[in-house]
Design a binder for this molecule. Structure first.
Ligand code: THU
Length: 140
């Protein structure tokens, strides 16, 4: 993953997609709505958190967006934008970091809070020395 590919992503447009997806969040239990959008080699895909009465089966917006992209044929994620109903910019949870790592440790992760605060990282900063495909025997 080159820096150039990440730099070409329109993070404002991606954030707008994430905000729109947040409006479709199903979060009746936490009342914490999250939207995410990923820019990939197959286009832009979005997702929102989907909660469940069993609580533990709730799905985060980031993983819903990533799974939607991969199921549509994408294989590399260049950037992810995250918006939540919190005032401050919220970082992705640990489980989402691991799932995203599979599809490009160098991706840009951008989060925007309701107060306009923006935070931006490279995924490899959020998940240092992460476990990836190349750590499995026989994988490139
Ligand atoms: N949530 C996300 O969608 N993304 C995160 O990175 C953190 C948490 C969701 C899961 C749950 O529906 C709600 O936020 C409260 O944790």
């Amino acid at each position: 993953m080159s820096d150039r590919a990440s730099a070409a992503v329109d993070l404002d447009a991606l954030t707008a997609e994430a905000r729109s997806a947040r409006g479709r969040a199903y979060a009746p239990y936490s009342r914490f709505s999250v939207g995410a959008a990923v820019a990939t080699d197959a286009g832009v895909f979005s997702g929102a958190n989907v909660e469940n009465a069993s609580y533990g089966l709730s799905m985060c917006a980031e993983r819903v967006a990533a799974a939607s992209a991969i199921a549509a044929g994408a294989r590399q994620i260049q950037a992810i934008a995250i918006t939540s109903s919190a005032a401050r910019a919220t970082p992705p949870c640990g489980a989402c970091r691991q799932v995203l790592y599979e599809f490009n440790p160098g991706m840009t992760v951008m989060s925007q809070g309701m107060n306009g605060e923006r935070k931006e990282w490279r995924l490899s900063e959020l998940l240092v020395d992460g476990f990836g495909p190349s750590d499995l025997p026989g994988q490139p």
